[in-house]
Design a protein around this ligand. Structure first.
Ligand code: GLC
Length: 818
């Protein structure tokens, strides 16, 4: 059967080049122009052996491992000559190997490896692999047997896998790709790249997340191709009915992740690669950044301006100019004569200080970091043993090999001085790694790779991830029980365990605002929920309207930071005049009101692997039309937004999923499962609260934890029927949650025409510092006569908008309103 597959179908894979916008352009006739590259395919299955959770199938020469990882996750690996590479991955979170019950059956045509959820079929004659559910419904099927070719560049293989693409199939994922949500019809490359002022559809960008989700006939599955070399994904671009992925080295090793809900796939991808740690509360406030704020007088001035104008802000950033000649871990004493004092003054005023650290270390024998790195042999070397040198901000640099655990340990400790100075967070940039002129390192640079040694071809895509891992691990020790805040530009799958991310050097255009909404939704379903854009655009000049609309989207970006290049005009919330300032202030205040909700959705991400931003396709997968909707998205369970993405836009059409939705600014109720035209005056944007939800709200503070609150406001949005809500709290900045010192509140509302019941269950050991909650009962269809809290009557009052309110004990179990 393998021989009957037309090999020409695949031979062109390498003979197509991508234009900048990712479209395929075929180069001239390969037969005439290039030496033929022979692809080798698996032939028929001869036998198999079982080893624990793995089945090893052989065609006499090559072997394929099918490993049952969990009931819903199966790993497939190919060893062209029969021996597998060491089983090692940077992406995977540590987890205990568990026994999973599974069986193998075979009939004339197939071997079938079965768990209680998934069946992996291996066709005997062809070696085609496919995945079905227990009802034998097909989810994902090989189009060709796995194949490979000897690399013309080095001694290893290029490895390929090609799948059927169903007519209705759509694809999500792949991290920060600068394109529409549905990836279909294009080819993508993963090679972390410094891409200043990137364009829509430009590829690759800064991150490598070789994970996608396919949805066909309403069912979803995921594929995670865990390979750090340069990888490619083609979603029906070259052949409209095939989806292929391949790599210029390493092993064909992928995880099939079963759905059938997109949410299940994302959660299971998280179970493999980990989640973000719960961030410190301040890290989800509003942050102000600029390349660069200096000298210290300017930093103080900007910070004071926030307080004077009463615009909340939690963090000020120092970009590269705080350093002495761009030497990492030093201060420019001319601009910052007393950094410790500046940082502590800022802290007294409620600001955290976050500073930049790049990987390039200036070649300078009088600079301690360079000297230590050199003495200990921590810097990367070329194939001929010379040091890898390149120019970055400081001039001539060498670069630590972060794939060496010893180097990471050293790097982590380098932060001690800055931590002692009071710096609260660190920003790792240029870690693709970026080198001026040549882009990045040449391929022959050698890396340690945890003892698996290899060239830059293998280490490139994890370089940034290992840098921020070193940073995070070092900080975790230095801060003791305090949570580190880190942010990185380059990434590989699994980086979420160590860091948040941003989308790099975007542009101040409406197109980039729209692109940002797509990139953040995509990052969220790719394991990187803690993500943000440079609000306002890094390069170029936004006008007040664009800046303000971007700020509005920023409220619903998990990471909310304004940042801009140094050659642009000022970008503080007041820089565009009083009209825009007032709106920006109103929206930053909204972020602060929503903080207890946002903190809760971060925990849902950390603990349960639920993405923070949720494309409509994820919210309502059974509606085919939703597969292509990309402007509205869920922000956690109970808020839906649709940012305004065009100038002078006075209204926009918004689709609302099933249920009742309350327009945030006036509590008007809209019915779901349909589109609505919503007015978009400049000081509003379409924000909807889900009927039945209970959304906690803080009073506006100028920074997180500015003062203690006496009671928690709970906005209860009435609907008929039963709805779940979820609130999480803890200390806000320690790891005590690892010892169960937190509270998880599950709240169920049950609405009828003349009653509302609110049930609460509470888990965890944390004690909130307030005693009561104030329920704001929004949209009740009846005039409440009585409120009964755990058997005790309490009074109903009205707030200044005429909404019924009731003060209840914070630990209530049952409230009945009639
Ligand atoms: C890179 C970063 C940007 C930063 C600049 C200077 O361009 O992406 O955020 O401001 O370097 O450090």
């Amino acid at each position: 059967m393998a021989d009957t597959i037309k090999k020409e179908d695949f031979a062109n894979d390498l003979l197509a080049e991508e234009s900048l916008d990712g479209n395929i352009q075929h180069v001239n006739n390969p037969v005439l122009d290039l030496p033929q590259i022979e692809k080798k395919y698996l032939s028929s299955v001869k036998n198999y052996v079982q080893e624990g959770n793995s089945y090893l199938f052989s065609d006499g020469r090559s072997r394929v491992e099918v490993k049952v990882v969990t009931e819903e996750i199966i790993r497939v690996r190919l060893a062209p000559q029969g021996s597998f590479l060491a089983d090692f991955s940077y992406a995977l979170a540590k987890r205990e190997e568990q026994y999973v019950s599974h069986t193998i059956e075979d009939d004339e045509r197939y071997y079938k490896v079965k768990t209680n959820t998934v069946v992996c079929l291996i066709e005997k004659s062809s070696f085609l692999v496919s995945f079905q559910d227990k009802q034998y419904k097909e989810f994902n099927t090989d189009h060709a047997p796995m194949h490979w070719e000897e690399s013309p560049d080095f001694g290893g293989y290029y490895v390929y896998c090609s799948k059927e693409a169903k007519e209705d199939e759509v694809y999500f994922g792949l991290g920060d790709k600068a394109t529409n949500l549905n990836l279909r019809g294009r080819r993508y490359k993963n090679w972390n790249s410094d891409t200043y002022a990137y364009a829509f559809n430009q590829d690759p960008l800064y991150k490598t997340i070789p994970f996608y989700i396919g949805v066909t006939s309403g069912d979803a599955y995921g594929i995670f191709f865990d390979n750090t070399f340069k990888t490619f994904f083609d979603f029906g671009a070259e052949h409209k009915d095939h989806t292929s992925f391949w790599s210029e080295g390493g092993e064909m090793q992928y995880y099939y992740i079963h759905g059938p809900q997109i949410m299940d796939v994302v959660k299971r991808y998280h179970s493999l690669t980990g989640t973000h740690q719960q961030p410190p509360m301040w890290a989800i406030g509003y942050h102000q950044c600029r390349w660069s704020y200096y000298p210290d007088q300017r930093v103080r001035e900007v910070a004071n301006e926030f307080r004077k104008r009463e615009i909340p802000c939690d963090a000020m950033y120092l970009d590269i100019d705080y350093m002495d000649g761009y030497r990492c871990f030093t201060w420019n004493k001319h601009y910052f004569p007393n950094p410790k004092k500046m940082i502590s003054d800022l802290a007294a005023n409620g600001f955290k200080t976050v500073v930049m650290i790049d990987p390039g270390i200036k070649v300078d024998d009088n600079y301690w970091v360079f000297k230590e790195g050199k003495e200990n042999n921590y810097f990367c070397r070329r194939g001929d043993d010379y040091f890898m040198e390149g120019y970055v901000w400081p001039g001539r640099c060498q670069f630590p090999d972060f794939t060496n655990p010893k180097v990471r340990e050293w790097w982590g400790n380098l932060y001690k001085g800055l931590v002692d100075d009071g710096v609260a967070g660190f920003w790792n940039d240029m870690n693709e790694p970026a080198v001026f002129g040549r882009g990045t390192f040449p391929d022959d640079v050698r890396h340690h790779i945890e003892g698996h040694r290899g060239s830059h071809r293998k280490a490139h895509n994890v370089y940034g991830m290992q840098m921020v891992r070193a940073t995070y691990d070092g900080l975790k020790k230095l801060y003791k029980n305090k949570r580190p805040f880190t942010i990185t530009r380059a990434a590989y799958s699994g980086v979420q365990r160590y860091s948040s991310v941003w989308t790099g050097d975007n542009i101040a255009t409406w197109e980039h605002l729209r692109l940002g909404t797509l990139q953040l939704q995509r990052l969220s379903v790719s394991g990187l929920s803690f993500c943000g854009t440079d609000i306002g655009g890094f390069t170029g000049e936004p006008d007040g309207e664009l800046y303000t609309r971007w700020m509005q989207f920023g409220v619903f970006s998990p990471f909310m930071r304004v940042h801009s290049a140094g050659d642009t005009r000022d970008r503080e919330p007041w820089s565009f005049g009083p009209e825009w300032e007032a709106i920006c202030k109103k929206f930053i205040e909204l972020r602060y009101k929503l903080l207890p909700y946002i903190y809760s959705i971060f925990w849902q991400q950390h603990k349960y692997g639920e993405p923070i931003l949720r494309p409509i396709a994820l919210l309502e997968q059974h509606v085919q039309k939703n597969m292509l909707r990309e402007e509205e998205f869920g922000f956690g369970d109970n808020i839906l937004v649709s940012p305004v993405l065009h100038p002078n836009q006075t209204n926009k059409v918004v689709y609302l999923p099933e249920g009742d939705w309350y327009y945030y600014f006036n509590n008007q109720v809209y019915k779901g499962s349909q589109e609505h035209t919503i007015d978009t005056p400049l000081d509003e944007m379409p924000i909807f609260m889900k009927g039945g939800s209970v959304i906690p709200e803080y009073p506006v503070m100028q920074y997180t934890g500015e003062h203690r609150i006496d009671s928690m406001k709970l906005n209860v949005f009435f609907t008929i029927g039963e709805t779940d809500s979820y609130i999480y709290t803890d200390h806000g900045d320690t790891f005590a949650y690892e010892q169960n010192v937190f509270l998880e509140k599950h709240i169920i509302t049950q609405g009828t025409e003349n009653s509302l019941t609110i049930l609460q269950t509470i888990e965890g050991l944390y004690t909130e510092r307030y005693d009561s909650c104030v329920l704001h009962l929004i949209g009740l269809p009846f005039e409440p006569q009585s409120v009964n809290v755990d058997g005790v009557k309490v009074q109903v009052q009205k707030d200044d908008q005429g909404v019924s309110i009731a003060v209840v004990e914070k630990d209530f179990r049952k409230v009945l309103i009639q």
